[in-house]
Design a protein around this ligand. Sequence first.
Ligand SMILES: Cc1ncc(COP(=O)(O)O)c(C=O)c1O
Length: 409
Amino acid sequence: MNKVSEYNQYLNYKNNKLFLENISLLHVATKFYTPLYCYSISQMEDNYRILKNSFKKIKPLICYALKANFNKEIIKTFSALGLGVDVVSSGELKKSLSNGFDKNKIVFSGVGKTTQEIEIAIKKKIKQINVESIEELEEINFLCKKLRRKINICLRVNPNIDAGTHEKISTGRSEDKFGIPDENIQGIFEKYKENKLINIIGLSIHIGSQIETLEPFKRAFKRIKGIILNLRAIGFKVSCLDLGGGVGIKYNEKNKIINIKSYAKLIEEIFSNLGLEIILEPGRYLVGSSGIIVSRVIRVKEGIDKNFTIIDAGMDNLIRPALYGAIHKIIPVKISKIKKDKPSDIVGPICETSDIFINKLKNHSFKKDDLVAILSTGAYSSCMASRYNLREKANEIFIKKEKINISNK
Ligand SMILES: Cc1ncc(COP(=O)(O)O)c(C=O)c1O
């Protein structure tokens, strides 16, 4: 149990009770009810600093991928640290602007930007739009003419590379809906060469999420370097390269993680002598490890060859297990002597068989009213929550040292 700090540096047991930063989770579970999303602000800040300080030769613009968690507290934390932001809707764009992000550090990504969303992005004069298709670029051109405004564009390349991650979060294969096939990139540069409103400044790439080895990044980065060199060789100016996000985090004992220094080194080895502005769009890496869900055992139901530990957090709070078969480590909030019992599934209360967190947990038994912590839930958890089964929305608390801030927006 003493390895919990591998998941979050600010998570530790004191006298067998689990603390996040200086706050007892037993205490907050009573005060704010369960299920409860709890985040360590210090862990988020550390994640950012570790990434930033891993670069020795270049200074990338780190744009937080807001889709990972759009809570206002997180936006305020990262905008105060000077990060940029990667948004995928006008909702995210407006929320970023009203909570401190600099418009000159806003990148607008996404495969299905609507006409209204593009208009807003142009009018707000954001840093750039990352374009996902020729059709989208034509529409942006039309809107720029209508509004008499210019915009910076990066073309998102689909390099047809398998990120080796879960099928449902792979985005860089030709069968995926994202990006423009690399063979079409040069033609677009040529077509828009003389265009005074559409300023194609470079390329972007994002091949998937929760990537656990450097290999797919290496292949994708080399491919995009080749495209840049070709474009430059025939006279096009390519000044900006957005390398997307995708760095995975620790969810359980089995999954691998990338050493962040090696990731930075790889980027520097491939790109540092090209004089490019490099953008990164990490989402999960910045916030995933910072969050946990504290949940209470409703009851333990005895089964034939296993038990069912039914907890009050469900797929409405954390859909990743049901959606991607993700396994999040679950630990007790208070360590007590373990009684030998049958293995137990840890399940939520929702009326779906897929509402299960762990299949046949062995060597551990919980009882009614015990509290558990589901780890690594800072990203793609609360932001994907639903009101399925008409359950109440869970509270979200943000902890820094001994300070607690509740923020459900
Ligand atoms: C274009 C783009 N950038 C960045 C991200 C963030 O990815 P991650 O949270 O894996 O870092 C995503 C996630 O889907 C994305 O689509």
